[in-house]
Design a protein around this ligand. Structure first.
Ligand SMILES: Nc1ncnc2c1ncn2[C@@H]1O[C@H](COP(=O)(O)OP(=O)(O)O)[C@@H](O)[C@H]1O
Ligand SMILES: [Mg+2]
Length: 255
């Protein structure tokens, strides 16, 4: 126990930029690296990672927060669902009414409990800058911000980076994801970095647009755990590996 693993929050300023798929792809890479990994689905109203991965679950993080509040918490194991020998999931509630009742005061406790039980904790979020995300951004060891090459996304990213810089949060890194919308290429990479005034550390190219991604989803399969895909998308997979490796380097962010 008490091993204190690393946490990575994946977020964005726009929906549909590939956060959830990235979390799953990163989880696959963690498994390949032999790391025991927990995915926390903090997209609490609409998240369905546990269902996406075809797992059946009864408990969710709502039950966890209730039990912590009532002093009934015993072990994290009772609330997570197993995907395979390396990856577990702490699901978002199935019922959105339960999501409304999650006491945000326990967010930090959940992240700490997760870190003390796993090597790596991957946290999926929404793109909304609400109290939940602000607390997660503050608490996590590292924050990966995904953006597309899209004028609106770029503008909003610039605004978010301003907020993070004002609150002295320097632990974020930016990933430009061209795989969700392969025809979006409005700005050059140089323009993008100039506008947001920050380095874009990771780039997932439009080459990684997977036409049959829904087949993976229907089968509950993680792309990065598929041997054929790892041969095809060597370059993208090594970017994901770099993201995970950066969790274990001393450098905070890349500013
Ligand atoms: N590499 C990819 N190739 C093809 N489609 C993708 C890829 N990554 C994500 N998508 C699709 O893009 C959409 C948004 O992805 P998702 O991960 O759900 O975004 P978010 O979590 O940011 O809302 C989904 O329909 C997903 O299947
Ligand atoms: Mg999502």
């Amino acid at each position: 126990m008490n091993k204190m693993g690393k946490s990575l929050v994946v977020s964005s300023v726009k929906g549909g930029v590939g956060k959830t798929v990235t979390v799953l792809n990163l989880a696959g890479i963690c498994e390949l690296l032999g790391k025991k990994t927990l995915i926390i689905d903090f997209d609490i109203y609409t998240g369905n990672i546990a269902l996406t991965l075809n797992t059946k679950f009864i408990s969710s993080m709502y039950n966890l927060t209730q039990d912590i509040a009532n002093n009934n918490y015993q072990k994290l194991e009772n609330y997570v669902v197993k995907y395979d020998n390396f990856i577990d999931i702490l699901p978002a509630p199935k019922d959105p009414r339960a999501s409304l009742k999650i006491n945000l005061a326990y967010i930090e406790t959940i992240v700490d409990l997760a870190r003390s039980n796993y090597d790596i904790v991957l946290i999926d979020t929404t793109h909304i800058l609400n109290e939940l995300n602000i607390r997660l951004f503050d608490k996590t060891d590292s924050l990966l911000l995904l953006m597309e090459n899209d004028p609106q996304d770029v503008r909003n990213m610039k605004a978010l980076l301003k907020v993070l810089n004002n609150s002295k949060n320097k632990k974020y890194q930016i990933m430009l994801n061209n795989s969700t919308n392969p025809y979006k290429n409005y700005f050059s990479a140089y323009d993008l970095e100039t506008i947001i005034d920050h380095k874009i550390k990771y780039r997932i190219s439009n080459h990684f647009f997977i036409k049959n991604i829904d087949d993976f989803i229907m089968n509950g399969e993680i792309v990065t755990l598929n041997k054929r895909m790892s041969n095809l998308f060597n370059k993208e997979f090594s970017q994901y590996t770099d993201v995970i490796a950066s969790l274990f380097s001393d450098k905070d962010g890349d500013k």
